[in-house]
Ligand binder design. Structure first.
Ligand SMILES: [Zn+2]
Ligand SMILES: [Zn+2]
Length: 348
């Protein structure tokens, strides 16, 4: 994928006069649009396709073409009255406000929203990560006056190991238990496809078996040019016992439900940043927790803060207080917005 161009630093100034927190979400006052609104509005910019950020029923929506494709896949063609695609770096004017999108490195099509108004620049990161991910363009640090960040894993305890380390554990378990069907709980959008590519990168060339709920988005990724290798729907497997020793991917909810009981000697695994917390793994009866996240861990949040170097940091959701406190110690003006309604479940 092409490199993003260098971005010059913004002019100094204050911006909170023109960005407001409303029940609908974050509102750009002079532009008259919301970012990832929680309720239907007439004009919205959508950072990415996860359900807590991209909701149906808005008027105009601006997003990358991939995010719009994801929304159509999930909600149908009428997911919004008008869909307006923006390429990364393409500028769009809302009156005196200029808007452009920068890659966020979270999932396919994910974007940071960059707003420029009267010489000031605000960057709303949406969800993002700094680890390499071949399913999307890497996060681009954009220097700004105000950086609006999430803090899903905003505590010093959170460290996400490289994905290869975690996927290696899965492959070792398959060698150790060649008769057990390894069922891995994955979020349908992003985690599923990234895990498949990580298996391929480590040389796993056998078919990967998919729960039906994962199929549509895998097909969409393939249409967007991301080759996943051989995969088969579990529903199309004639002899279910032939799944002994195979990898089956399913939504996390399927780990505990009746669907998974038919699998031969099933070994429950789960890929999520939350798997670092033993209690969460136990809660889901996960025997093999894989710490794989599409969000920043604590060091990556601080690294990003240093690189973006904003005059102000606003923290939208997650564990805001620890990040706000550390940012203040480092000399930044920081505050928690405590936006409710952005769930961690779909994209942990
Ligand atoms: Zn997300
Ligand atoms: Zn989110």
């Amino acid at each position: 994928m092409p490199e993003s161009p260098e971005v010059p630093p913004p002019a100094a100034g204050t911006v909170h006069e023109w960005l407001a927190v409303r029940p609908e979400g974050l509102l750009c006052l002079p532009g008259g649009f919301y970012i990832d609104p929680l309720r239907a509005v007439s004009s919205a910019v959508i950072t990415h396709g996860h359900a807590d950020h991209a909701r149906p029923g808005n008027g105009d929506i601006y997003a990358t073409a991939q995010t719009l494709a994801i929304m159509r896949c999930r909600y149908g063609d009428s997911c919004a009255a008008r869909q307006l695609p923006l390429a990364y770096g393409e500028r769009h004017r809302f009156g005196d406000v200029e808007l452009w999108l920068a890659p966020a490195g979270h999932i396919l099509g994910s974007a940071q929203v960059v707003l420029e108004y009267r010489g000031e620049r605000v960057v709303i990161s949406g969800d993002y990560k700094r680890q390499a991910d071949p399913t999307c363009q890497p996060f681009q640090p954009v220097p700004c006056d105000v950086f609006v960040t999430e803090a899903t894993f905003g505590l010093p305890v959170f460290h996400h190991p490289p994905i290869a380390t975690e996927v290696e554990k899965l492959l070792q378990s398959l060698q150790l238990f060649p008769q057990r069907c390894h069922l891995v709980g994955v979020y349908a959008l992003g985690k599923c496809q990234r895990l498949i590519l990580a298996l391929r990168a480590l040389g796993y060339s056998k078919a990967v078996y998919l729960h039906g709920a994962l199929v549509k988005l895998c097909e969409l990724y393939e249409r967007e040019g991301i080759a996943l290798g051989k995969w088969v729907k579990v529903s199309e497997v004639g002899d279910i016992d032939s799944l002994a020793g195979e990898i089956v991917l399913a939504p996390p909810s399927a780990l505990a439900d009746r669907w998974s009981r038919k699998l031969p000697d099933m070994l429950p695994c789960m890929a999520s940043g939350w798997m670092q917390i033993r209690a969460r793994a136990r809660q889901r009866r996960v025997e093999l927790p894989l710490v794989i996240s599409d969000h920043c861990d604590w060091p990556a949040l601080l690294q990003t803060l240093e690189e973006v170097n904003p005059a102000q940091l606003w923290v939208t959701h997650g564990r805001e207080q620890a990040l706000v406190h550390r940012a203040q110690q480092l000399g930044y003006r920081a505050q928690a917005l405590s936006l409710l309604g952005y769930e961690e479940e779909e994209s942990g």
